[in-house]
Design a protein around this ligand. Structure first.
Ligand code: DGY
Length: 420
């Protein structure tokens, strides 16, 4: 009988293109940044060397300025839009021009823990590249304090309600006609709208027109919002990279300074009226005014507050499976539309990591059990309806398989160190 563990390993192997892993066939035919870091974590449960290879491939496409792109277009695929011609970054292999949540250092540390001896040389080789990426985040994206994103795709939580106020100011009306490909692979009702897409492309075109000059994009680009999700992920990743650097005998003073500055900026994204961390439009200073799953990543960075605990209880009790990506009581909530409500196994894994690190073991176990139930009922989907468990988006998803092997499929007593 094939077990879910066997199925998860088979998905990683099926999506493995030799050194890098597709998120899923069809919908996402290239290497995506944070998907790839999760793939590495999954591979580490049965092939440690392959895990490090995945991270090496990701960092091999690091730009000279330290940025690690969100997509690496290893081989052309007409089934995806917007492809390399739209991004026009002039990199080889071709890449997109924005980044994605920097989970790599955190997951690299967990992978190293899983086989310290084999991992030492591998992580030592990666360390300078990870440090350069963190420096890029600090210099190019943290000028306002918290992490600013220049495109909703940079957040990884593409169309969550957090970005609505920033997106409202983007003019998508002058984008030339194009054909979307995502809606040919999965149910269009579960994907962002055409209005969203027009604006996504308009923001990409701005970046391309200024030669992906970060300073110009941050100063004048059509979209600039503070993202609680990446802020907490980066803060945790800084701290993990400091631990890695210390263990390898590096001077981590600079990294400690970046972490300290980022922690000091957290009040900028605390919305007292909402009683939670909140995204903020850095052009107008207005808060999004809506609770998203990015706020709950505060647990990862030891930044939770009693108000946030209460919000977690409230939001979680409104659904049956996992943490929803958006507030179920908000008017914008849609339980099947991408990041506007569905629960994402991979975000649940990150939140659980934070719940565990902050000593909230019972909550971490509840989240693990609910996420495992979704996968048991329906398989390794991209995301799920948190109320009735309907599987959504792409099937046979790499990062869902990866978090099954490392976390969701593990009974608490045998969980990988550091995870729930
Ligand atoms: C997509 O293509 O939907 C991605 O989320 C953008 O990176």
């Amino acid at each position: 009988m094939t077990t879910l563990d066997d199925q998860a390993r088979a998905i990683l192997k099926k999506n493995d293109k030799g050194g890098y892993t597709l998120p899923t066939h069809g919908l996402y035919p290239y290497q995506w940044n944070w998907d790839s870091a999760f793939a590495a974590w999954g591979f580490a449960t049965f092939d440690n060397a392959r895990a490090w290879d995945e991270l090496d491939t990701l960092f091999a496409s690091q730009w000279d300025n330290g940025m690690v792109p969100h997509i690496i277009f290893h081989q052309s695929d007409p089934g995806y839009f917007p492809g390399p011609d739209v991004w026009g970054t002039g990199q080889w292999p071709e890449t997109s021009g924005i980044s994605q949540p920097p989970v790599a250092a955190t997951l690299a540390r967990l992978i190293w823990d899983m086989d310290p001896e084999a991992g030492r040389a591998r992580i030592a080789r990666l360390y300078p590249a990870m440090e350069r990426w963190h420096r890029w985040w600090h210099e190019a994206r943290c000028g306002h304090g918290p992490v600013a994103i220049i495109h909703p795709w940079e957040s990884g939580r593409d169309n969550c309600p957090d970005w609505d106020i920033g997106m409202a100011g983007v003019d998508g009306s002058r984008v030339a006609p194009y054909t979307r490909r995502d809606t040919g692979h999965v149910n269009p009702e579960m994907r962002p709208t055409k209005e969203d897409y027009d604006r996504y492309i308009a923001i990409v075109e701005f970046g391309r027109d200024v030669g992906w000059d970060d300073a110009r994009i941050v100063a004048d680009g059509p979209f600039l919002m503070a993202d609680p999700g990446i802020t907490f992920i980066l803060l945790r990743a800084h701290e993990d990279l400091i631990a890695i650097g210390d263990a390898l005998g590096h001077d981590t003073t600079e990294l400690q300074g970046w972490a300290k500055a980022l922690r000091a900026a957290l009040p900028v994204i605390w919305n007292a009226e909402l009683g939670a961390y909140d995204a903020r439009d850095l052009r107008s200073d207005a808060f999004a005014g809506v609770l998203g799953s990015g706020a709950f990543l505060a647990y990862l960075a030891d930044a939770a507050t009693p108000e946030l605990d209460a919000q977690l209880d409230r939001v979680w009790d409104k659904v049956n499976f996992g943490i929803p990506s958006a507030d179920p009581e908000a008017a914008s909530f849609n339980p099947r539309k991408y990041w506007r409500g569905p629960t994402w196994p991979v975000v649940n894994a990150l939140i659980a990591l934070g719940l565990t690190s902050s000593g909230r073991h019972e909550l971490a176990e509840r989240l693990r059990a609910e996420t495992a139930e979704l996968i048991r009922q329906h398989g390794f989907y991209e995301y799920f309806d948190p109320i009735d468990a309907t599987p959504c988006g792409g099937a046979d998803f790499t990062w869902t398989a990866a978090i099954w092997l490392t976390w969701a499929g593990k009974a608490p007593a045998t969980a990988v160190k550091g995870a729930a």
